[in-house]
Design a protein around this ligand. Structure first.
Ligand code: TMP
Length: 241
C-alpha cells in the first residue's frame, strides 16, 4: 500500500489517499490542542500513543460486532481506514456530568446522570462547534431523520460496550465524543478515533483524570497518563485472548 496526496489535515492527524480509492492512510500527530485550537502544543509521543489506543479499541469493538471505518494499524503512529463521507457532527455521549455539561446546566462535576444522554454539536470551527438538535440537523441537511436515529442507536450501543471495556480496566467512562460517516453503500459507520483526547476517563478508585483534561486544565504531563491507559488496555486485551 502506497501513501499519496494529503486529503485532510486536522488538529491531531493527517489523512492521505492511497492506491486504493476506498482506503485512507491516517497519521497521528504529536500535537495537542484545546479551546478550539487557541491552546496548541507539540507533545512528543502523543501521536503514537493515540494511534495504539484507538487501534486496540476499534479492533476490540470489531470483535464485539461493532464495525467501524478501522482497517488496521500499520505502524506505531499510522493506520488504514475505510474512506467515508464524514457527517459534520460531534456526537457526545455523557454518563457523568463534566466539562461543558456542568457549565451549561450548573450540575456539579462528578454527578452520575440518571441515564446516558446523547448530544450533537455542529462541527464548524468558524461557528465554534455550536450545540444543535435533531431538527437543526435535518434543516441544515446534515443527516436525515433515519440517519439521526441510526446515529443515536450506534452511540448508545457503543457507550454500553465502552463502559464495559473501561470498567474492566478500572476506569469510569465519564463522557466521549465520536464522529460517524457514510460508507459507499450509505451505511452509517463509526469513524475518527476513540482516545483519551476524545473521552473523559477517570480512575475508578482515585477519580484521577486519565485523559486530555490533564492538558486542558494544566494538570501536568499527558504522556505518562496516556501510557497508563495504553498499558491497562494491552494487559486486559492480552488476558482476554
Ligand atoms: P465537553 O464537556 O467539553 O462538551 O466535552 C465532552 C466530551 O467530548 C469530552 O470527552 C471531550 C470530547 N470532546 C472532543 O473530543 N472534542 C471537542 O472538540 C470537544 C469540545 C469535546
Amino acid at each position: 500500500m502506497e501513501k499519496s496526496a494529503l486529503v485532510y489535515e486536522g488538529k491531531a492527524k493527517k489523512l492521505f489517499q492511497t492506491d486504493q480509492s476506498n482506503v485512507l492512510w491516517v497519521e497521528y500527530l504529536d500535537q495537542a490542542t484545546a479551546l478550539n485550537g487557541a491552546k496548541k502544543d507539540a507533545i512528543h509521543g502523543k501521536g503514537a500513543l493515540n494511534n495504539q489506543i484507538t487501534s486496540l479499541i476499534f479492533q476490540w469493538l470489531n470483535e464485539e460486532g461493532m464495525t467501524s471505518h478501522f482497517i488496521k494499524s500499520i505502524s506505531k503512529h499510522e493506520q488504514l481506514v475505510e474512506s467515508v463521507e464524514i457527517i459534520p457532527l460531534e456526537i457526545v455521549v455523557r454518563n457523568v456530568a463534566a466539562g461543558s455539561f456542568t457549565k451549561r446546566f450548573g450540575i456539579p462535576e462528578g454527578t452520575l446522570l440518571a441515564f446516558p444522554i446523547v448530544e450533537f454539536y455542529y462541527k464548524d470551527d468558524a461557528l465554534d462547534d455550536p450545540f444543535i438538535n435533531d431538527e437543526h440537523i435535518r434543516l441544515l441537511k446534515l443527516a436525515t431523520g433515519k440517519e439521526i436515529n441510526d446515529i443515536k442507536h450506534l452511540a448508545f450501543r457503543l457507550n454500553q460496550l465502552l463502559c464495559r471495556l473501561f470498567a474492566d480496566i478500572d476506569i469510569q467512562l465519564v463522557d466521549f465524543k465520536i464522529e460517524v460517516g457514510r460508507n459507499k453503500n450509505g451505511k452509517i459507520l463509526l469513524a475518527d478515533e476513540i482516545t483519551p483526547d476524545t473521552c473523559r476517563l477517570w480512575d475508578r478508585q482515585t477519580k484521577d483524570h486519565l485523559d486530555k483534561d490533564i492538558y486542558r486544565r494544566d494538570l501536568g504531563d499527558l504522556i505518562p497518563i496516556y501510557q497508563e491507559v495504553l498499558q491497562r488496555l494491552e494487559n486486559y486485551l492480552a488476558k482476554e485472548q
